[in-house]
Design a protein around this ligand. Structure first.
Ligand SMILES: Cc1cc2nc3c(=O)[nH]c(=O)nc-3n(C[C@H](O)[C@H](O)[C@H](O)COP(=O)(O)OP(=O)(O)OC[C@H]3O[C@@H](n4cnc5c(N)ncnc54)[C@H](O)[C@@H]3O)c2cc1C
Length: 478
């Protein structure tokens, strides 16, 4: 039984995304006091981006012959408030390729080159589909869609060479599968030019590619609003209503919540890092998904980095990344980078889902991040610099791939979780394919096979270096 939300004694830290989307048009507190229906055709557990996109595709079929019958009752249960985490739509390209093809014993996903190409191409498809939906419903300004380039900056020759090598390997794999680079990767290897264009201290080269950013809390909110307002279906959203247990009974599932029970033939878990709580000790899903805690920050830029001088791109640095939003520059540091800089211990991040606290050493590191990173970002005036910092939780899986589809041996129970920090770049195609599967019991031809949950996948084991190797790429045991 999941007791995680009941047991929480302190509230979660508040992200920049929640803090900048809490007004009367949002879904905070939505449906928390409404009577819960006794039964539903489909219960979606979790109103993050995965749950919101699934609900959207169930209620907005691309082809009307391919959806649940009109009038169906869909109930969305959210344990706290609607989601908050990510920022990029940056579809992965060459940088992810080596991890996808590396063997599982070395902490990779162990995919063939062709399967790795499929996965990366579906991230691109995801990007295009997100933009289409945003534009179709006239949401560009409501969700702060920004389209442009993502820039990765390199400060050492080795870093630049490794990236270029990965780019070449990926290009070869694309060619073998009959396609070519679709995301406009461009490399600059001239240090002077790299410094001028990136404004990053010590830059000796960079690469750019097409991508976009969005306000994730606004996008999730708008997708849920579109679903709830559908006149063809009876859709309700109940926030502050955690599903505490799910028990199969005859051909139904009994979902016990903090506010009563609800029966449904089909239940979909869009529960991300909290999924293990809903499975018994002996179930493989208890350990297949594990949490990674990350601390982020948002900066108010000085005039040299605002308006016409704003960074016109979303950056990846050798350590950390940033994305310019309409209300500040959001900075993230990966766990590998925090650990590599001797900030915190691995247990502060890996297999840790406590998002109620901040790590003082992370806060200190973030405070000086922009002055250390950008050329010309000097003293901050009062009201500039790090404005807010928060912790968020990523759901990782032991084979590095999301788990999508019917939970083996449990008819009517589905899962859409374990996005490994790529949720904004993957959930659209997954939600779309899952909505079709729920109706037709067949997969969309385009959907990557490697994402589908199976008994074979659930039997996979951690590599020798354990969670640490998966997260940092380093095997401490050798
Ligand atoms: C700090 C940070 C930065 C990130 N940056 C990026 C990025 O730049 N690009 C990118 O692609 N991805 C990024 N990610 C990853 C991305 O945010 C996730 O992959 C994505 O949010 C996953 O969506 P989700 O809906 O599966 O999970 P979540 O957003 O976690 O939503 C799950 C929801 O389910 C609810 N829930 C869980 N259990 C229950 C239950 N039992 N009952 C009811 N409700 C329940 C939770 O309260 C939550 O609201 C980032 C993540 C973090 C934490």
């Amino acid at each position: 039984m999941s007791g995680f939300l009941k047991a929480k004694t302190k509230p979660s830290t508040v992200s920049h995304w929640i803090a900048t989307n809490s007004g009367p048009d949002t879904l905070h507190n939505h449906g928390r006091d409404d009577k819960l229906p006794e039964s539903a055709d489909i219960v979606v557990v979790g109103a993050g981006i995965a749950g919101a996109l699934l609900a959207y595709h169930l209620t907005h079929p691309e082809d009307v012959s391919e959806t649940v019958p009109k009038g169906s009752r869909i109930v969305i249960l959210e344990g706290s408030e609607v989601a908050s985490s990510a920022s990029h739509f940056a579809p992965a390209t060459f940088a992810s390729f080596p991890k996808l093809v590396r063997s599982r014993s070395e902490g990779g996903a162990g995919l063939t080159k062709a399967h790795a190409v499929d996965i990366l191409k579906q991230e691109w498809d995801n990007y295009a589909r997100n933009k289409d939906v945003i534009k179709k419903h006239d949401l560009v300004h409501k969700v702060d869609l920004w389209e442009g380039n993502v820039m990765t900056v390199y400060k050492t020759q080795e870093g630049l060479d490794t990236a270029f090598n990965a780019f070449q390997q990926w290009n070869e794999a694309l060619e073998e599968s009959g396609s070519q680079d679709y995301s406009n990767n461009v490399f600059c290897k001239d240090p002077k030019e790299a410094l001028r264009v990136s404004r990053v201290q010590g830059a000796i080269g960079y690469s750019t590619r097409t991508a976009g950013t969005v306000h994730p809390h606004k996008l999730t909110t708008e997708l849920l609003k579109l679903s709830i307002s559908s006149t063809d279906y009876d859709v309700s959203l109940h926030t502050t209503t955690p599903a505490l247990s799910i028990t199969p009974k005859e051909d139904q599932h009994i979902v016990e919540t903090s506010r009563g029970t609800i029966k449904a033939k089909r239940v979909v878990l869009c529960t991300n890092a909290h999924t293990p709580h809903l499975f018994p000790e002996e179930h493989p899903l208890k350990s297949f998904i594990f949490p990674i805690r990350i601390q982020m920050g948002v900066f108010t830029p000085p005039p040299e980095f605002s308006g016409t001088k704003s960074p016109q791109t979303s950056y990846g640095f050798p350590t950390g990344y940033c994305a310019t939003s309409t209300s500040g520059i959001v900075v993230g540091i990966s766990v590998g980078d925090y650990i590599g800089a001797n900030i915190g211990k691995s247990e502060d991040y890996i297999c840790n889902s406590d998002d109620t606290v901040l790590l003082p050493e992370c806060t200190k590191y973030l405070e000086g991040f922009m002055t250390r990173t950008f050329d010309g970002w000097n003293e901050n005036a009062i009201g500039e610099g790090l404005m807010r910092t928060w912790t968020g939780v990523i759901a990782a899986t032991i084979d590095r791939l999301p788990l999508i589809g019917p939970v083996p041996d449990t008819p009517g129970l589905f899962i859409s979780a374990g996005y490994n920090g790529h949720g904004m770049s993957t959930t659209h195609t997954c939600g779309r394919a899952l909505a079709k599967l729920i109706l037709h019991e067949t997969w969309d031809q385009q959907f990557p096979e490697a994402y589908i949950i199976s008994k074979e996948r659930l039997a996979r084991k951690l590599p020798e270096g354990g969670h640490y190797q998966l997260v940092t790429g380093v095997n401490k045991t050798t």
